[in-house]
Design a protein around this ligand. Sequence first.
Ligand code: HEC
Length: 225
Amino acid sequence: MPMLPKLESLIAATVVTSMMAGTVYAQSADTTPADGSSPIRQVGETPSEDLVRAWDIDISPDGENLPEGSGSVSEGREIFANNCAACHGADGTGGDGMIGGRLVGGEGTLDTDKPVKTVNSYWPYATTLFDYIHRAMPFTAPQSLSDEEVYAVTAYVLNLGGIVPEDAVMDRTSLPRVEMPNRDSFEQMDTLTLADTTACMEDCSPLIEEEGTKGSRGKEVPTGQ
Ligand code: HEC
């Protein structure tokens, strides 16, 4: 994904330099490059196909958009040791001072006072686990792993929790078939029934006007938000 870091770092650099110099965008635009183009590139321009492809990495629960390639538990073991264990522990159980925390275990704790949310106890789909690792991990170098490496390390994390066997190989066909332990605790909600888009015109619940809040119907809103 060469375009993504480029665009991000360019925007970040622009923001940081204007903040450091105490300038505003309008002034920073004065530093027009020699070729006359805007210094804030790619804002307001039609994105190239490469750029769209770099952003279009979301994987659906049903596995739509999973890339080609495959990876095995045994391949994932080494990738995990080199790229993940420092923050999640060698066996994925986290540990003192490890910022990534636990990835396995915790089943049956979600409705207790101390829920332990992990891949085993919480995640409903293995496909979105691939998505998450692919886009966000390793924490300090997201998107640095190849698709094959992500398949392999996903297989390894699933095996650490006993969800797939030692000889499992993950690819765009096998991954969506993995049955996650907590799958049945999630319900598909109809978003239309969640969003009340009708404006209240009469007999509405009273506005809450307490100290430290802004007026809001039925829910407190902290000042400043
Ligand atoms: C530098 C530390 C670090 C490294 C290295 C790292 N992670 Fe993480 N990981 C984190 C942190 C921090 C979070 C929590 C992020 C958040 O909640 O926004 C996290 C969260 C996760 C989660 C989500 C856990 C959950 O249940 O919410 C998974 C899965 C994961 N990491 C897998 C991996 C894998 C696989 C690797 C190696 C390819 C890896 N991580 C490498 C720090 C790290």
